[in-house]
Ligand binder design. Structure first.
Ligand code: ADP
Ligand code: MG
Length: 182
């Protein structure tokens, strides 16, 4: 369960103050998929960053499973409960697909499991061309299409087995077929 109460986010300083979230209140169900839409600049990314533990609100409260998330909890909240797929994906260019996915295991100190990596990639329809799984795992991000990168980044987020998975404009790089799959 996620609940926000009087959530306010202010950017800038006293001279140039911008209120991106002006006192939001809502409660989301325990399970399910929630879609957030709004025009550019309306505060979607600001809200998602707070829900994902990447940023902290100026005032107001975030509750997850009835527990109030304090600033000091953010590291563990981000590592163990939430997982974020960024709009710009944040894959590490110097690492292969496999190495990019291995990072998830380090983060949560989970035992490394290559089969789980392979199963998770299959869930996001990868590899989607003629190439073998081993070949795909050894590629670098620059050797992938935008849509493939996006799905590797979703697989990386899924590998953390998070309670909350947050995607910011997750389908912007996908073709229609894969957009519908997500
Ligand atoms: P959306 O994702 O809905 O397009 P954002 O949450 O990114 O909107 O931004 C909401 C508003 O906050 C915008 O007007 C944007 O210019 C402003 N904003 C976002 N991030 C910052 C920042 N780091 N500093 C100052 N203003 C920001
Ligand atoms: Mg945004």
């Amino acid at each position: 369960m996620i609940k926000v109460q009087d959530l306010v986010k202010v950017y800038g300083d006293k001279r140039r103050r911008f209120e991106a979230l002006k006192g939001l209140n809502f409660e989301l169900p325990d399970t399910g998929l929630v879609l957030l839409s709004g025009k550019s600049g309306s505060g979607k990314t600001t809200l998602l960053n707070i829900l994902g533990g990447l940023d902290y609100q100026t005032s107001g409260d975030l509750y997850v499973n009835k527990k109030k998330i304090e600033k000091k909890d953010l590291d563990s909240y981000r590592n163990y409960y939430s997982s974020f797929v960024f709009q710009d994906l944040n894959l590490i260019e110097e690492l292969t697909v496999l190495e990019n996915l291995e990072v998830s295991f380090d983060l949560i100190r989970r035992k490394y499991d290559k089969n789980l990596i392979i199963e998770t990639l299959k869930k996001v329809n990868l590899p989607d061309t003629e190439i073998s799984m081993d070949d795909f795992l050894s590629r670098h991000p620059k050797e992938l299409s935008g849509g493939q990168k996006q799905r590797v980044s979703i697989a990386r987020a899924l590998l953390k087995n998070p309670s909350v998975l947050i995607l910011d404009e997750p389908t912007s790089g996908l073709d229609f077929k894969n957009m519908m799959r997500i």
